[in-house]
Design a protein around this ligand. Structure first.
Ligand code: SF4
Length: 466
């Protein structure tokens, strides 16, 4: 039973009936912004009596929160919907109802097509209209198949409930907070400007209030999210225009908020105030995800990135001058149309020059509706595969070298959750690495001093320094 229901039933003189308990199963694909949205949707449904379940078969409502970034994303959604159709049929045979909803970027991009191809789907809802989800489900209950994919003029965050205290506590001591959505950059390979719309920044007061609520519920580390997070801007309490640097400054005044991060950034939006925030704010972790995608200026131009490799390298030098222990992460696409062997060698050279603690790399694949999809001169699949293999080998070598260099260091570790072994906890290093350490579960949420003793393929090992 949810907390809300318990409160209602504690007032017998009120003629209010508790909504029946229903179960919702949310499958989240893709980025942290989808994780945040899934939590907000679950919170929005709680007032109608929905509780989360991890067992799809038990659910009265299954929501697929989809991502359109990866290759064949839509096809994966359709095959998941095929399995859900069979489950819905089986449950109907047992006299149990199950609604199916599709949310996220595939819903936004393919709404009509989903309803046409997947008759078992009851609801398609785009990322800008999640606040309308409870009402949309009522329409489904009345027998409608609902499509909600317009860009709502109202601010969805004003209508979505703030994070619930009990649920936040259960979700742990780290949390995401979306501060910005959409993108105006129009990189030629990317669907985000079409699925999430143009850049919108949430107001300062709304962000500060949500951060305070998270901290009140026990959160110690907040990651600010945005498709283009450092394009965030707003009017501050002083009446001045603020950028992300000023916002981070303001958030450090929240007592109990120990750590801040932000992702994903565009090199063109790294302004002085944000760089200075890395210098001045000890709460801002020394880790920056700053994608460049290619090391070739010719390809960067074709991608419409609107910066050069020299500008990117100079920018990194400035940020590292401000915060010398900063570690970098990035994204790379190999085999963009027209990419030659020489262009690819430029990418390897750039990676060697910059040095990444972590990076994500993919083969280019066309996204219908993007300018990249119209380009000729596609790179053959086998060439892309070979280039990706070489790039990933280099990135892995750098990642391992970074982890090895951590051995022997004493660092602050935020203890987050139980580890695999009894008596072990998993924490997060300032550079976002998972670290295993022997500690008591009562210490979850503490920041402890540890010495790194070893490095595995995906995590570090440490001992508490007394
Ligand atoms: S800046 Fe990022 S989100 Fe925006 S179009 Fe480029 S890759 Fe997509």
């Amino acid at each position: 039973m949810t907390q809300e229901i318990a409160v209602l039933s504690a007032k017998p003189d009120m003629a209010v009936e508790s909504p029946p308990v229903r179960k919702v199963f949310v499958k989240t694909y893709g980025c942290q912004m989808n994780v945040y949205d899934s939590d907000r949707m679950t919170d929005a449904l709680a007032k109608d009596g929905y509780v989360s379940t991890d067992v799809m078969e038990d659910a009265d409502l299954v929501l697929l929160n989809t991502c359109h970034i990866r290759e064949k994303a839509a096809e994966k959604v359709y095959s998941a919907l095929g399995r859900l159709r069979d489950l819905k049929k089986k449950k109907a045979g047992e006299g149990r109802e199950m609604m199916i909803g599709v949310a996220g970027c595939v819903a936004q991009a393919e709404g009509d097509e989903i309803l046409r191809r997947a008759p078992a789907v009851d609801l398609v809802i785009g990322p800008q209209t999640y606040h309308r989800l409870p009402e949309a489900l009522k329409r489904v209950k009345r027998g409608e198949r609902v499509l909600e994919t317009d860009y709502a003029i109202e601010d969805k965050f004003e209508h979505l409930p703030a994070p619930d205290k009990a649920k936040t506590r259960a979700r742990g001591v780290t949390a995401f907070l979306t501060v910005q959505e959409g993108c105006d950059k129009f990189c030629t390979f990317c669907v985000v400007p079409y699925t999430r719309g143009s850049e919108v920044s949430r107001p300062v007061a709304q962000i500060v209030a949500e951060a305070q609520k998270l901290v009140d519920a026990g959160v110690r580390e907040i990651t600010l999210l945005g498709q283009n997070v450092n394009a965030w801007h707003g009017v501050g309490a002083d009446g001045e225009q603020w950028g992300l640097g000023e916002l981070l400054n303001r958030l450090t005044r929240i007592e109990g908020l120990a750590r801040l991060r932000y992702t994903t950034s565009h090199p063109r939006d790294m302004d002085d105030s944000l760089i200075n925030a890395h210098r001045d704010l000890p709460q801002l972790m020394p880790y920056l995800h700053l994608p460049i995608q290619s090391g070739s200026n010719r390809i960067l131009k074709a991608m419409n990135r609107r910066h050069t490799t020299a500008e990117y390298i100079a920018l990194i030098a400035r940020i590292k001058a401000a915060r010398p222990d900063l570690a970098l992460s990035g994204d790379f696409i190999v085999g963009f149309p027209g990419e030659t062997d020489e262009d690819f060698e430029d990418t390897l050279r750039l990676v060697e020059t910059v040095g990444y603690a972590q990076a994500f790399s993919f083969k280019y694949s066309t996204r219908p509706g993007t300018p990249g999809a119209e380009l000729g001169d596609q790179v053959p699949e086998d060439v892309k595969a070979k280039r990706l293999e070489r790039l990933q080998a280099l990135l892995l070598e750098q990642q391992n070298a970074f982890a090895q260099a951590c051995i022997g260091k004493t660092i602050d570790l935020l203890l987050e959750k139980p580890g695999r072994m009894p008596g072990q906890l998993i924490g997060r290093s300032p550079w976002l690495q998972s670290v295993n350490v022997d500690a008591k579960s009562s210490q979850i949420g503490d920041i402890v001093s540890v010495r790194i003793t070893g490095a595995g393929p995906n995590s570090l090992f440490a001992e508490v320094v007394s």
